[in-house]
Design a binder for this molecule. Structure first.
Ligand code: GFB
Length: 319
């Protein structure tokens, strides 16, 4: 792999894709190819075929996906499974057809069984029942891993997969309903501070535990994994268990997360709980041993990351 490779970052306008583009530029990669949705619809196979035939791409980062928080996953299951399956199948198949040798597919920690032993190791995949609120999304992401592995086994490609824990940071979706917990709570605590509201109500019981990774750390892990030589990647994975977890190895209750967000935002009122909303998986802490043995560790702590994310939220309200 060379710094002059033509690298297609699919989903470069999203939180993760834009962080990967920033990280590649920072590390001296000079030939990054991006397309907006209006220029290239990844759901359309014919468009993907034309794109790869014309562009001579060497590497692909698959950061394009339909994503959302617990309620969005629960409310729009058809969109989540259809769009993600189509994007993965089109990008992976057409990249292979055009001779792309190396790819990085990005999945999610929700691929693991709802009650997987904690921390969740890569070999927990397909050992139990998935969490109901995001099963369609998880099935699509599992299909993405299996697409990569199948093309590797049958055609000798070098398609890798990383499974990030819950991500947050600049470029997040701050929608009150459809977002993940951190952007949703940054908005709610900020608005409560501004209006002087005595209480912020968070969803569920506050008892579930989650692990959070700042998106710039995730981008750095992605570039690190892609830059490994093929022998090292293969030595640390297995042909049919080829994905690598990405996380911090530490988790926190949603209640403590809310308290920390309140402190970062500067809100001093009460926290209430709306238990009519789902809790989702009780816990999903990543086993990051495989990644550590490959030489990568997370660097940005939660409080530091939340402070940066809050600044991004504030500037998004001015954009
Ligand atoms: O971030 P979140 O939607 O992702 O929710 P999941 C995490 C936890 O925070 C759940 C609670 O227990 C929520 O009930 N929570 C409390 C809130 N207040 C809020 C709020 O205002 N907004 C949100 N969104 N949650 C998603 C999956 O699950 O995680 C996706 O649905 C994906 O498939 C993603 O894997 C990373 O961790 O529960």
């Amino acid at each position: 792999m060379s710094k002059n490779d033509r690298i297609f970052v699919a989903g470069h306008r999203g939180m993760v894709g834009s962080a990967i583009v920033r990280k590649l530029q920072e590390q001296g990669y000079t030939n990054i190819v991006t397309r907006s949705r209006s220029e290239l619809d990844l759901v359309q196979q014919s468009e993907m075929k034309r794109f790869f035939a014309e562009e001579s791409i060497d590497q692909v980062y698959m950061a394009a996906a339909k994503v959302g928080g617990i309620l969005a996953n629960n409310d729009y299951p058809a969109d989540f499974i259809y769009e993600n399956l189509m994007i993965e199948a089109n990008v992976i198949h057409e990249a292979w057809r055009a001779g792309v040798k190396r790819m990085l597919f990005l999945g999610s920690s929700c691929i693991y069984p709802r009650l997987a032993p904690q921390p969740m190791a890569e070999n927990s995949l397909l050992t139990g029942v998935l969490e109901a609120t995001n099963e369609p999304y998880a099935i699509a992401k599992i299909a993405g891993i299996k697409l990569c592995e199948s093309y590797n086994r049958q055609y000798g490609t070098d398609y890798r997969s990383v499974m990030p824990t819950n991500l947050y940071g600049p470029g997040d979706n701050y929608d009150a309903q459809k977002s993940h917990v951190i952007p949703g709570l940054l908005r709610r605590f900020h608005e409560a501070k501004e209006s002087g509201a005595p209480e912020v109500v968070i969803w569920g019981t506050g008892k579930p535990m989650r692990e959070f990774l700042y998106v710039d750390d995730m981008a750095e892990a992605c570039v690190h994994v892609m830059a490994l030589d093929a022998e090292t990647y293969q030595k640390n994975t297995q042909p049919m268990l080829s994905h690598i977890n990405v996380g911090t190895g530490e988790d926190i209750t949603i209640r403590d997360l809310a308290t920390t967000i309140g402190e970062v935002v500067g809100y001093s009122g009460r926290i209430g709980f709306d238990t009519s909303k789902p809790d989702g998986t009780p816990r999903k802490l990543m086993d990051v041993g495989r990644l550590h043995s490959l030489g990568w560790y997370a660097r940005i702590g939660l409080r530091e990351g939340l402070a940066k994310a809050y600044q991004d939220f504030l500037s998004s309200t001015r954009r």
